[in-house]
Write a protein that binds this ligand. Structure first.
Ligand SMILES: [Zn+2]
Length: 226
């Protein structure tokens, strides 16, 4: 492999944004993980109370690791990591966000359904894309190479569809935390900071995905001229 300066032009801004987002989410989470809620509730208790308030029924499971929390629409469970079950503003914010996804699922929220629907195609495209692109360039077969580029585009579409899904889940979380009274006053502001920082990592991932796509398109244009 030769070193391509053009790659750095496309890769560096996305990489810098992703690293900054990671730092931001880690430091914000660490700060609000130290602040217990005034109501004295932990993540699991918050899940129970929020589900009762919204008349929502999903399972609550534990998952190892830090910030591995997610909602699984097939199993209808939220999985909470070790850091999200303590009594802290950060824990309760994360739990409310995951339940926001469960609420989206229960209400057939369009972008969530769309994202779920394209997952198998995106997974196939993610390993077929590089193969077809490299193979296409090697064999000087532009149709094959462009098909690879379309696969990269699918990853970018997935990252973009993820944005409204994540923003909406956080919006629902803050609304439900406020209306249920689980968090009060400046605790709501803290929860918003935690969720905004988490959303930033999805924005960074989308930016990286689009920049990668643009890089491969630029390679295609270059290979036509050579
Ligand atoms: Zn989410």
């Amino acid at each position: 492999m030769y070193f391509d300066p053009l790659y750095m032009v496309f890769a560096l801004p996305g990489l810098a944004l992703a690293m900054w987002a990671q730092w931001k989410v880690k430091s914000t989470f660490a700060h609000y993980a130290q602040i217990p809620t005034r109501r004295g509730i932990n993540g699991q208790e918050a899940a129970r109370q929020l589900m009762t308030a919204q008349n929502l029924r999903v399972g609550v499971e534990r998952i190892p690791g830090a910030m591995t929390d997610h909602y699984d629409p097939r199993a209808k469970v939220i999985r909470l990591s070790d850091t999200s079950v303590d009594n802290s503003v950060a824990s309760v914010a994360v739990v409310a966000h995951e339940l926001g996804h469960a609420e989206q699922d229960a209400q057939n929220y369009g972008p969530l359904k769309l994202r779920g629907g394209i997952v198998p195609a995106v997974q196939a495209a993610s390993w077929l894309g590089p193969l077809m692109f490299m193979g296409g360039l090697f064999l000087a077969n532009r149709t094959l190479a462009w098909t690879g580029v379309v696969c990269f585009a699918m990853a970018a579409v997935f990252a973009l569809v993820t944005l409204p899904v994540e923003f909406d889940a956080s919006r629902r979380a803050l609304r439900n935390l406020e209306s249920s009274g689980l968090l009060v006053g400046d605790e709501i502001i803290g929860a918003k900071k935690v969720l905004d920082a988490a959303a930033l990592t999805y924005v960074a991932a989308a930016a990286q995905s689009i920049l990668t796509l643009l890089y491969y398109v630029s390679l295609m244009n270059r290979s036509r001229r050579e």
